[in-house]
Design a binder for this molecule. Structure first.
Ligand SMILES: Cc1cc2nc3c(=O)[nH]c(=O)nc-3n(C[C@H](O)[C@H](O)[C@H](O)COP(=O)(O)OP(=O)(O)OC[C@H]3O[C@@H](n4cnc5c(N)ncnc54)[C@H](O)[C@@H]3O)c2cc1C
Length: 376
């Protein structure tokens, strides 16, 4: 957010910058979740923000939470950790607060807001990625329990998570046959696969989750049977706003680095930024960052006010993810060979930015949604 109007939440992770940025290149290289860096995030209060005080939350608004995540993106060069942190807020806590029973909220929300239980949500399946309305994992009711069978894929945080929100089929084909259940990691029949090797966001572990005769009490269902799609829609709007607010902070930091480099690196007797070819790239980066900011906070406010924002959320997701990729690409070019070296962290940003056009619904699917909302 612009400095003059940034909520006080923006800077809450800033005091932990040294801890968060310790040896980021090493952690990226080994591709492991940095457990010790979770602790400063817990201490910062980041995970408490949008939750009610009775569950250990700070009772802050959606846009105040976005500002904190933007601040995290600006402070922390570990985009994988940042992504895992925004997943922590949105995957279980947000739907649990909005749709969980009082008993479920009381039992699990304090573990989420403290960050003691790392959380994940499992929607995607090996055979159904974009075609999410046709997922096949089933939950069949038997008395006071449901029995779940199926498999989930590419689940962020799964290798380290203690709590999972599972989107499964309880009824007829299509969107209104879906329901949502909360499961603890050690529930018999729930198996988490080995972490999958990835191109970017390498400190945010993803894996498969297999469900074989997983028995969950009826009380672990969020909302009514068939409410899974409505819950998913509610969650995905906030996932886009939270995870891409992180990207805004990362882009703002990147732009500052690029301006500093372009004004200090001398070639042919002057700063490289004096060349129009370089300066125009930086101008385009600035436009991309400010466009991303406008879309994010305008859409965030609409969602916060309960207005219809389906088209806005889809557009925001496209604008910010593509701005992130463009600015990361320009940064490498402007840094030259130094940008290509792993040690400077510039090339890592391009690898990290690549995932943004895939997760939270691919950009093709978002464009399909916008077209459909326009009656096409
Ligand atoms: C870093 C990362 C983290 C993730 N975390 C999670 C998570 O926590 N939980 C979870 O459930 N999932 C997660 N996912 C999975 C993600 O949601 C899916 O990858 C995504 O929905 C796309 O599914 P797919 O990869 O199977 O691609 P596919 O659906 O196979 O699509 C492949 C390509 O075809 C295009 N395509 C497909 N259908 C159409 C169409 N009708 N029109 C135009 N183009 C089309 C797609 O846009 C894409 O370019 C994550 C993915 C990534 C990369």
């Amino acid at each position: 957010m612009a400095a003059e109007k940034a909520p006080d939440t923006y800077g809450i992770t800033a005091p932990y910058g040294d801890e968060l940025n310790d040896d980021v290149t090493h952690w990226d290289r080994i591709g492991e979740f940095p457990h010790d860096k979770w602790k400063p995030l817990q201490r910062s209060g980041l995970f408490t923000l949008p939750f009610a005080p009775e569950y250990g939350g700070a009772g802050r608004t959606l846009t105040e939470t976005m500002a904190a995540l933007e601040g995290l993106g600006h402070t922390s060069r570990d985009a994988g950790l940042n992504f895992s942190a925004s997943t922590q807020i949105v995957s279980v806590g947000i739907p649990l607060q909005a749709f969980g029973s009082e008993e479920l909220r009381g039992r699990y929300l304090p573990q989420v807001t403290s960050g003691e239980a790392i959380t994940a949500h499992a929607i995607t399946e090996p055979s159904h990625g974009s075609d999410v309305m046709n997922i096949r994992t089933t939950a069949v009711r038997e008395g006071d329990e449901y029995v779940l069978n199926g498999g989930k894929m590419f689940i962020t945080n799964a290798p380290v998570a203690g709590l999972f929100l599972l989107y499964v089929r309880t009824g007829k084909p299509g969107a209104f046959g879906l329901s949502t259940f909360l499961a603890e990691r050690d529930t018999p029949g729930l198996t988490v696969g080995e972490p999958l090797e990835t191109m970017g966001l390498r400190t945010s572990p993803i894996s498969e989750v297999t469900l074989e005769d997983v028995r969950l009490p009826v009380g672990n269902r969020l909302g009514s049977e068939g409410a899974g799609f409505l819950i998913m829609d509610y969650v995905m709007k906030r996932e886009v706003l939270f995870s891409f607010a992180v990207n805004l902070g990362e882009m703002t930091h990147r732009l500052k680095r690029v301006v500093e480099h372009a004004t200090t690196r001398q070639q042919f007797g002057s700063a490289i930024g004096k060349n129009q070819a370089v300066a125009h790239k930086i101008a385009d980066m600035r436009i991309a960052v400010e466009t991303a900011r406008k879309w994010l906070y305008d859409t965030g406010l609409k969602v916060q006010q309960g207005k219809d924002a389906s088209l806005d959320v889809a557009a925001t997701k496209i604008v910010v993810s593509e701005a992130n990729q463009l600015t990361a690409q320009h940064a490498i070019q402007i840094f030259g060979a130094r940008g290509y070296l792993t040690g400077t962290g510039i090339e890592r940003e391009l690898r990290n930015a690549t995932a943004g056009s895939i997760y939270s619904g691919t950009n093709e699917i978002q464009r399909n949604c916008i077209a459909a909302l326009m009656g096409l």
